[in-house]
Design a protein around this ligand. Sequence first.
Ligand SMILES: Cc1cc2nc3c(=O)[nH]c(=O)nc-3n(C[C@H](O)[C@H](O)[C@H](O)COP(=O)(O)O)c2cc1C
Length: 170
Amino acid sequence: MKIAVLNGSPKVGNTAAMINAFKEGAEAAGHEVCVLHVGKMKINGCLACEYCHGKGEGKCIQKDDMEQVMPAYKDADMIVYGSPIYYSNLTAQLSAAMQRIYPIGKPAKATKAALLLSSAAPGPYTGAISAYQAAVGFMGLEDVGVICAAGEENGSAAKMEEIRAFAKAL
Ligand SMILES: Cc1cc2nc3c(=O)[nH]c(=O)nc-3n(C[C@H](O)[C@H](O)[C@H](O)COP(=O)(O)O)c2cc1C
C-alpha cells in the first residue's frame, strides 16, 4: 500500500517519534510511506467560498501548502493522521489539512485510516478521536486503529514497538 502520514505537530518531537516507528514497521512489511509535516506548513482554513465546487472544478482557490498535500490525498491507499493533543483536541494545523480535502470530498483511492496521538497527560483523547472519526467517516475511510502515547510513554521502547507491530500488521 501507499501510505500518506500527516504530522500535525509544529515541531519534530513526540508525534514525529510515533510516526518514525510507524514508518519503520510499515516499510518492513513492504508498504511505501510518505510523511507530510503539515504542522510545519502554511495551510489556511477552508474559506467556504465554493470555488472548488464551481469554476475551480475540484481545485481550491487558495494557493498555499495544501497543494503539497492534495497529491497524497489522491494517490494514497491509506491515510494516517498524527497529532499532539492541544486542549484535548487535534492541532489546528492538522484540522485544517483534514478539512481542506473539501474540494475532492474524499481521498481518491484510500480506504483505510489510522490515528497516532501524543499527549503530556493520560486520557485527554475523546475530543481528538471524535474529530478524527467524524472526518474519516465523511471521507468514507475505515478506521483501523488509534494509538495514544501519554507522558512517559512518549518515545518509550514499548510504545515504539507497539506502533511498529501495528504498522507491520496492516
Ligand atoms: C498549546 C498546547 C496545548 C496542549 N494541550 C494539552 C492537553 O490538553 N492535554 C495534554 O495532555 N497535553 C497537552 N499538551 C502537551 C502536548 O500534547 C505534548 O507535549 C505532546 O507530546 C507534544 O507532541 P509533539 O512533541 O509532537 O509536538 C499541549 C501542548 C501545547 C503546546
